[in-house]
Design a protein around this ligand. Structure first.
Ligand SMILES: Nc1ncnc2c1ncn2[C@@H]1O[C@H](COP(=O)(O)OP(=O)(O)O)[C@@H](O)[C@H]1O
Ligand SMILES: [Mg+2]
Length: 623
């Protein structure tokens, strides 16, 4: 949702907030016992605070003569545990007050520890759950989701936004409980000592409430912007740092620096606005509180009210009232943390609600024959009007090798995307073994394909794990060894110091393009799927690597259906059939020789020497 939409929808905001709290609490539910322990700890802590105020009454009252009826809470407890017998009030207090002070402080300290630590246990578990849920959701969303968000903004949601939720869940919740319970306990104690007088204090509550709610709205708005700006910061830095060569060679340091500066500056400005509201709100609330305390003292010293107090209980009352300042200040200070957490939770939940890839099929499929048929398939990318594919009817018989050629942008890769169910055709149907592909369970269906494309994804892991990747993790050493041999990857792997256990750098760093390509082919070979797709798998290679890979391709194409998108003539000539794509339509298909004689576009592509990058081809009427 955009900022503007979210901000104007504030009337339904209360209900949305309620839903948000309930959903967050849903994450706390599995930790109810630990959460309860933490609340118990904070209860002990705030009771300790009150009883330490009460202890002052014990101390002061023991200076004069007191009757049992006027005794404070601590004094009464002390008398009950250890009856004074015939000791004088002063002698008794000299022993009882210090002991009570130490015991109460110890109790308060223990409560603090239990409350704080176990609150963190809950909060960190909640964050862990939300973070892994988010990651897992992003593993299942359709490919179009990644077109909508930049990878930087998604990463920033996993790192920054989730951490903001943790701020609200741990810090803020902890303070909310600790200080909130302290306020409740102190006010309760004051009500107990003199309820009429305490009501004065409630006169300012509505004013404080208004300030808190106005400030909260601002906090939320700035927090959303801060999150979005963290997305930009992550995106720009990731993009720029990943493109070291390009940035240096094109002298783009200054330009990228300015881009980053802008993203970071926006973040700073929004953070400052948030800090400004926070810095204003706390003193305003404190001032309101000061008025209330002033009124409280004024009434307290009124003779008729004063007469109802013992000296000790008056001091205890005033001590308790004065103690209210600190927790209330802290409470107003954490509102920004809470609002930041809520804004982040809103955004993270938005992502968590993203639909998974459509997987309506229920047919299971062990191993397909590899019969593929497209019937009048049309497609346009979501959010665009331009048709990327139109009226595609095509058959790939089991075991056949088909080359797909056409100028760049003619829709070759798009066709592959549809075959792999990364996108759904806008019209028409694709069949595998005479069954519509959407009828198969997605995981079963994808197992039928091995793909080697121009961009090779390698992970920072050992070569072995990069080849025996994902569903192939159980492959035997023998099988891996064989795949490497057939992909002509064994020689260079054996030359590496740790062989197949060599750990690759970021994205396969430390290997040449051709070596990475051969690893990708080994991976595809190991998968041994009935359908193989090579999307410009050899286009980035030099002649020597290509010779190797050509060999490897010959090995892997036999006995399986193969779709090859390539520029290289050698590859295309060996295909059983060539399909020429132009402007998203099939314009010709047939054996290489036949097409060369009969199809002008194909002849031109062929004579251009480069079947894909043919910017010099004249008479192209499709673009
Ligand atoms: N993710 C996308 N969103 C919108 N349009 C796209 C996307 N990917 C490709 N296209 C468009 O679809 C058309 C076909 O692209 P593509 O299949 O990649 O061509 P080829 O692989 O033949 O070079 C192009 O016009 C391209 O601009
Ligand atoms: Mg392509």
């Amino acid at each position: 949702m955009s900022d503007a939409v979210r901000e104007t929808a504030s009337d339904s905001g209360v209900r949305a907030d309620a839903r948000l709290y309930r959903r967050l609490l849903g994450y706390v539910a599995p930790h109810t016992a630990v959460f309860g322990l933490s609340i118990f700890g904070f209860l002990v802590y705030s009771a300790g605070n009150v009883l330490l105020a009460d202890l002052i009454q014990f101390l002061l009252d023991s200076l004069g003569e007191t009757t049992m009826g006027n005794l404070g809470l601590v004094a009464r407890a002390a008398h009950w545990i250890w009856p004074p017998g015939d000791a004088s009030t002063l002698d008794y207090a000299r022993i009882a007050v210090p002991i009570a002070a130490v015991v109460l402080s110890l109790g308060r300290a223990t409560g603090f520890f239990i409350g704080s630590y176990f609150m963190h246990v809950v909060a960190r578990s909640v964050v862990h759950t939300i973070r892994t849920d988010l990651f897992d959701t992003l593993l299942r969303v359709p490919k179009a989701h990644y077109d909508r968000y930049t990878s930087g903004s998604l990463i920033s949601k996993i790192t920054f936004n989730v951490e903001q939720v943790s701020g609200a869940a741990s810090e803020a919740l902890k303070i909310l409980l600790r200080e909130g319970l302290t306020v409740i306990a102190l006010v309760g104690y004051m009500l107990y000592l003199n309820w009429r007088l305490t009501l004065v204090f409630f006169a300012v509550a509505p004013a404080i409430g208004i300030v808190v709610s106005v400030v909260g709205r601002h906090f939320r708005r700035y927090s959303r912007r801060i999150q979005d700006s963290m997305g930009s910061v992550t995106q720009v830095s990731g993009e720029t740092l990943g493109a070291f060569d390009t940035v240096r060679i094109y002298g783009a340091e200054q330009q990228q620096s300015e881009r980053f500066h802008e993203a970071s500056l926006f973040n700073r400005n929004q953070s400052l606005k948030l800090a400004f509201v926070q810095a204003v709100s706390t003193p305003v609330i404190q001032t309101l509180l000061a008025f209330a305390l002033g009124a409280l003292f004024w009434f307290a010293l009124e003779p008729s009210i004063l007469s109802g107090f013992s000296a000790g209980s008056l001091v205890a009352f005033i001590t308790a009232a004065a103690q209210l300042g600190k927790p209330i200040r802290t409470l107003s200070g954490i509102q920004s943390v809470i609002q930041r957490g809520l804004a982040a939770a809103e955004d993270v939940f938005d992502q968590l609600d993203a639909q998974s890839e459509p997987d309506g099929g229920s047919l299971s499929l062990a191993r397909s024959r590899g019969d593929i048929r497209l019937e009048q398939v049309g497609f346009h990318y979501p959010g665009t009007q331009r048709t990327a594919l139109q009226d595609i009817s095509l058959t790939l018989a089991a075991g056949e090798t088909v080359a797909l050629v056409g100028r760049s942008g003619s829709g070759k890769s798009t066709l592959v995307q549809l075959l792999l169910r990364f996108h759904q055709p806008s019209s028409g149907t694709i069949f595998l073994d005479d069954t519509a592909i959407n009828d198969y369970r997605l995981a079963d269906y994808r197992r039928q394909f091995a793909v080697v494309s121009q961009s090779i994804d390698m992970f920072s892991d050992s070569i072995r794990n990069n080849i025996a990747f994902g569903g192939l993790a159980d492959a035997s050493d023998d099988a891996i060894q064989r795949a490497c041999q057939h992909a002509h990857a064994d020689e260079f792997i054996d030359a590496l110091p740790d062989g197949v256990d060599t750990v690759l750098g970021d994205g396969g760093g430390g290997l040449s393009g051709g070596q990475r390509q051969r690893l990708a082919i080994a991976r595809a070979l190991l998968k041994d799927a009935p359908v193989l797709i090579l999307d410009e798998a050899t286009s980035a290679l030099d002649t020597e690597s290509e010779a190797y890979i050509q060999n490897a391709i010959d090995t892997i194409t036999c006995h399986r259906t193969t779709l090859i998108i390539a520029h290289r003539l050698a590859t295309i000539e060996r295909a059983d059939r060539v399909v020429v794509l132009d402007g998203g339509r099939i314009v010709a298909q047939g054996p290489h020789r036949e097409l060369l004689a009969n199809n002008a576009l194909y002849a031109r592509l062929y004579q251009g020497g480069d079947l894909v990058e043919t910017g010099d081809v004249s008479g192209g009427d499709s673009e």
